[in-house]
Design a protein around this ligand. Sequence first.
Ligand code: GDP
Length: 349
Amino acid sequence: MFRRRKPDGEVDSREPEAPSEPEPAAEAPTPPRFDRPLFAGFDDEDPEAARADVEERLEHGLERTRGGFMSRLRGYLGTEGEGPSWDDVEETLIAGDVGAALAMDVVDAARRRRDPGGAEAAVRAELASLLVPREAGWEPRPAVAGGPAVVLIVGVNGTGKTTTIGKLAARYTAEGRTVLLAAADTFRAAAIDQLLIWAERAGVQVVSHAPGADPGAVVYDALDAAVARGADIVIADTAGRLHTKSNLMDELAKIRRVVDKRLPGAQPETLFVLDATTGQNGLQQAKAFHEAAGLTGVVLTKLDSTAKGGIVFAIEHDLGVPVRFVGVGEQAGDLLPFDPETFVAALFA
Ligand code: GDP
C-alpha cells in the first residue's frame, strides 16, 4: 500500500517545534541526557585515555569476529615449520567477508612480502594497506560560514539508520554541539516515530512533516530552522526503500539539490549505513548508492553481531570511501569512531 502524498510543507502535529519559528540560540539547548563518558573517543582532556577507551570498546565489539574468522586466520598464520597453508588463509579471508578477489590479492602480496615478522605480520600489513588514508579526528564541519554541517544518512531499511542517527545526535550533543534532525524518510511513518523517540532521548529537536510529505521540503525546512536557531549540525534521515531503485536514487539526488539550493556550497556528508551482518550483499548495495549519490563515508553497524568483520576491508578497498564509525550495540554509546590502526590492532589483539 502506498501512502497518499500530502501537500508539501504540511507539518505533522507531532512535530515538537515549528521549523519556521526562529528562537534565540541561548534558549534552544535542552540538557543532554547522556554523559560524555558514555561516548568513546573524546580526547580534549586525556587523549591517551580516550584512545585506550576506544581500543577496549572496539575489542569488545569485535569479540565475535575475533573468536570467529580471525581466530581461524591466526591459527593458520601461526603455523610453525613449513609455514602457513596459504590456501587455508585465503579461504578463511573469504569466509570472513573480505571477498574472493581481494582475499587472493592479499595472500599473493603477503607471500611476496617475505615479512621478517612472519606470515601474520605480512597479512596484517596487507590488510591494513587496504584501508584508505584519512584525516585523524574527522568530524562533520560546516562548509558555509555561519551555516550548519549537513549530514545525510542513506542506506537500506533495517540496517540501523535511525539508531545511528540517534547515536550521532547523542554524541554530538554531549560534545556541546547543537544538533537538529530532519525526518526525511517520509515514506515510512514508523521511521518518523522512531526518530522522534531517539530525538527525545538525545534531547535534540526534529523537523518532521506528515508521512508521505516531500522529503526535500523536510530537508529545506530543517536547514531553515538550523540557520535560524544557529544549530551546528543537521542530520537527515532518508528513505531506504521506494517503489523502484531509480525512485530512491532520484529522491536522494533531489535532496542533494535542495541542500545546494538552501545552502549553496554546503557539501553535505553522505554517510551510507551498512549492516555488517549482510556482508558482500551489503557491499553491493553500497556500490549502487555510491554510484547514485556519491558517498563520502560509511557507518558499519552491528559489527558486534557478526563473526566476519572482514567486510571493512572490502568496503574501503572497493569503494575508496572511509568507514567513519562502527556500531557495536544498540545503546547510544555503542558507536565508535573508526581509526584504521586501532581497528587492525583490535582484530589481531
Ligand atoms: P533502520 O530501518 O535502518 O532505521 O534501522 P533501525 O535503526 O531501526 O535498526 C534496526 C535494528 O538494528 C534495531 O533493532 C537496532 O537496535 C539494531 N541495531 C542498529 N545498530 C546496531 C548495532 O550497531 N548493533 C546491534 N547489535 N544492533 C543494532
